[in-house]
Design a protein. Sequence first.
Length: 434
Amino acid sequence: MNRKILRLAIPNILSNLSVPLLGAVDTAIVGRLEFVYYLGAIAVGSVIFDFIFWGFGFLRMGTTGLVAQEYGADNEKQTRWILLRVLTVALGSSVAILLLQIPLIELSMKIIGASAEVEQYTRIYYNIRIFSAPATLCLFGLNGWFLGMQNAAYPMIVTIFLNGTNILLNLLFVLYFGMNVDGVAYGTLIASYLSMILAVSLYLYKYGSVKVDFDLKELLDTHELKRFFSVNRDILIRTLCLIFSYAFFTAKSAELGDTILAANTILLQMWYISSYGTDGFAYAAESLVGRFVGAKDGVNLIKAVKGTMVWGLSLGLLGTVTYYFLDREIIYLFTNKPEVINTALSMIIWLIIAPLINAVSFIWDGVFIGATATKPMRNSMLIATIIVFLPVYFIAEPYGGMHALWMAMTGFMVARGLILSLYAPKHIFKLAGK
């Protein structure tokens, strides 16, 4: 089982780490430009696209669980129909995003309330990157499908290519051509479409031999669509709660001034690095749990849950130790501005404890997604957001200042892990007859 976990997790860890690496490089490039509001614009722009694109994260997560179960049941043609359905939803959603792009940015800027300079450059970033929507959403579906087919190598190749190309283009546009946030946006736009072409090519190379005759009735099969949207509805609600928490965090940081916004942007990049690493084992849990649920293999289901949890906590502990000993050195990689460095260091304790705490909820997310037990995952996120995150912030804010945001975020993650642990016996272990 450890070999199975590592075979799936290691490629996922490598590909996942390229995601925050992109954010880290962007932060490091923009953090060394003349004005700190460039960094604020990238932070706010990223939050807006987190809302827009992460809201469709169910296109990856829901696809992985559904496909893994069909793979475990040896139903090859049904895996292809799931892919066709998810790509149809992805393209339709992309059209809707592009049609609504103006109301989306206007609403976002009213909610976030950034400084005039940050808002100006956020709009420049947004107006370019919004056109990456079709490629981004289709990549969600394709990568989720590959993972469901127990193929972690292809998402790794696509994701590393995406972020590697993006980094190179951002360096070219910003450092060589003298652009700022527009260069970062163009880099993302171009890299997204090149990566979608690569993902489709990989699919045709390995899986193109299995043909399914197009049948509109089959594509719109009522039972399958109900199953697809039921799972994805819960994941969508769960994801929106997560995005809301990060967006609230960034918006409140912006209210405290550009220096605190820049410092929290850097700390969040470090948070993402440890999170995406642990998510490698969460993705392995999605693939393996879905496979064993589909195959009705309870013994290996339990082994997969326990194994991914142990590996995830081990990696989380490594992240905690690393941030404890190398806090200043890592922050300096992102910026050379003393006021930003000192502000970030004053809040570093929250980042140090985060990797170990967060690992529990990340692994449980993967387990519940693989089992398509999405209702308890949705409920846990609603409880963590409404009953923990917001009350903790508003109670602590008069006394803790900028630390209140990190108290709220830490309580949010603790609640997620605890609630899913309590749900597991009923919704996961019962599938194994335990």
